[in-house]
Ligand binder design. Structure first.
Ligand SMILES: Nc1ncnc2c1ncn2[C@@H]1O[C@H](COP(=O)(O)OP(=O)(O)OP(=O)(O)O)[C@@H](O)[C@H]1O
Length: 518
């Protein structure tokens, strides 16, 4: 038999990438089990799966962050030895993450130059600029490279991340939920441009996404992972959305959103923010909140494009930064977000990026679940303090919460940082939502979660409201705000600029206020 050797590698244009029998074990746990996926040159392939399905593990094996337990990566049909991120870059592979990796204080041009592995110690800016200008001519993205990254909107930053990878000569790009920080319009633009590059044969894309709409609009083919195994896939358009969802979750049914029960109690303000002014650490961003009230049994949704002061408002309420003026009042008393005050008024705060902001990453799931009550007698957080850690009690409580909130973890003693993003989120919600709550403050609670986790978490928020909690929901996801809120307030440039009851809300009007047209 004559075997035909694969064609000699080309030095430009899209490359095809294939994983063959990829398996990755962490100790006794198999995160990835014999997964073979092909992205042809110029392909746009979506990788779907619930939180913890193994998507990140697969792409980390491709990028050389992890050495697979077995299996290999083929590039244009040839086996590739990728021994780390530098090797991946040399092989034409690039990755764009959910969160930005740019240096905020540097301009776009400076970021592009320092990203190069061969960046010289002393730069000849004139020649670098000329090279960059020539490179940008060939890009479909228009970007102002002279502005510091900190001043760019999220969509611009994401474009710059992509341009950076293309400048590093990526011919196969992995995108890990690239649109989670973008407005719908920005997402359309960025994905449309990438699809254009694929169609022109300049790039191949593998995109991790939880958004069916995006997958249907931009990807050509898809694969679905479930519990580390490849369980389905095919051509986009040939499979219905329901069938894709069924492949992701298997036999389980997904809950639909629980109904809101009872009316907000107009006479009972739980939270009042009165004339609060504050400035972020950089001193660049200022908020000025004239009057915000959240009542018992009410969800108030704060809508806004990322970076319009939502983070600073959350930081004031969470006690991370001090207000420079005005006051926050909870249940009629001044409130500064201390642990004692939050315990007394039963305030729970779920910040965004919970692994970074609400967990000790290297401590176990069990210890992280015990943060609220570890120094109290028994399991009641209102109880008197104790000096001894009750490890057995902590373990019992952790196992119970893990089961009730369906946290997927190898064990309650595993470091919480080893859990997938969605499962960290579930663990934090388990900790914050088990005891009675009077005021719940949540920031982007479903960021990066799959649709069944989203349904579950939104249900928990509505259940807290139905049980009488006042809920302040700060979210960049307008669909989430529209779905959950009783009342919607738009935040723009540090101020609350528009308010509407959710029943009569018009998303077009809200969108215009979000975009700064008041
Ligand atoms: N370094 C590690 N050590 C131990 N277990 C790990 C490690 N990294 C991942 N896992 C486990 O492997 C499984 C797959 O995780 P992975 O991050 O690949 O999921 P994912 O599909 O990307 O999820 P998400 O959508 O939540 O990001 C999870 O159960 C996770 O706990």
């Amino acid at each position: 038999m004559v075997t035909i050797p694969p064609p000699a590698p080309r030095s430009e244009g899209a490359i095809g990438v294939e994983t063959v029998g990829m398996t990755k074990r962490f100790g006794g746990f198999t995160a990835l089990d014999d997964v073979s996926i092909l992205v042809p040159p110029g392909g746009f392939h979506a990788l779907l799966g619930e939180n913890g399905a193994g998507k990140s593990t697969l792409v980390k094996c491709v990028m050389g962050f992890y050495a697979p337990t077995s299996g290999s990566v083929l590039i244009d049909g040839r086996e590739a030895e990728i021994d780390g991120p530098k090797g991946a870059q040399g092989a034409g592979l690039g990755m764009v993450y959910q969160h930005f990796t740019l240096v905020p204080s540097l301009t776009g041009a400076e970021n592009l130059v320092i990203a190069r592995a061969d960046a010289p110690a002393i730069l000849d800016w004139k020649s670098e600029r000329a090279k960059l200008a020539a490179f940008m001519e060939r890009m479909p993205f228009r970007l102002d490279l002279d502005r510091p990254v900190a001043e760019l909107a999220a969509g611009e930053k994401q474009k710059l991340e992509i341009v950076k990878q293309l400048a590093l000569k990526a011919r196969f790009l992995i995108l890990d939920e690239p649109t989670s920080v973008l407005t719908p319009d920005e997402a359309e633009e960025v994905l449309g441009l990438l699809r254009g590059l694929c169609d022109a044969g300049a790039l191949s894309v593998l995109m991790i996404s939880h958004k069916f709409r995006e997958v249907e609009a931009f990807a050509r083919s898809f694969s679905v992972l479930r519990r580390g195994r490849l369980v389905g896939g095919g051509t986009v358009g040939a499979v219905s959305r329901d069938d894709m969802a069924a492949m992701m979750v298997g036999e389980r049914s997904v809950r639909t959103l629980a109904a809101r029960i009872g009316e907000p109690e107009a006479a009972h303000d739980v939270l009042r923010v009165e004339g609060v002014t504050a400035t972020d650490v950089s001193g660049l961003r200022r908020i000025d909140i004239a009057d915000l009230r959240v009542r018992r049994r009410e969800i108030v949704g704060i809508a806004g494009v990322s970076g319009n002061g939502q983070k600073e408002l959350a930081d004031v309420l969470g006690g991370q930064i001090r207000a420079t003026g005005g006051r926050v009042v909870v249940q009629g008393e001044p409130y500064r977000g201390s642990r004692a005050e939050s315990r007394r008024h039963r305030v729970r705060f779920i910040p965004e990026e919970p692994l970074r902001n609400a967990c000790a990453p290297r401590m176990s799931v069990s210890e992280n679940l015990a943060f609220r009550a570890f120094d109290r007698r028994g399991e009641d957080i209102q109880a008197r303090p104790t000096f001894w850690l009750d490890r057995r009690g902590m373990g019992r409580r952790a196992k119970d919460l893990i089961a009730r909130f369906k946290v997927k973890t190898a064990s309650s003693e595993a470091p919480i940082a080893t859990l997938s993003g969605g499962n960290v989120q579930r663990a934090v919600l388990a900790r914050e939502l088990t005891d009675p709550v009077d005021l719940l403050i949540v920031v982007n609670p479903c960021f990066g979660l799959d649709f069944s986790a989203i349904a579950e978490i939104r249900n928990r928020i509505v259940a807290a409201r139905n049980a009488g909690a006042a809920v302040l929901l700060i979210s960049e996801d307008l669909d989430e705000i529209l779905e959950l809120s009783d009342r919607i307030v738009v935040m723009s440039e540090g101020r609350l600029v528009y308010e509407t009851p959710a029943v009569t809300a018009d998303s077009g009007t809200i969108g215009r206020h979000m975009a700064g047209h008041h």
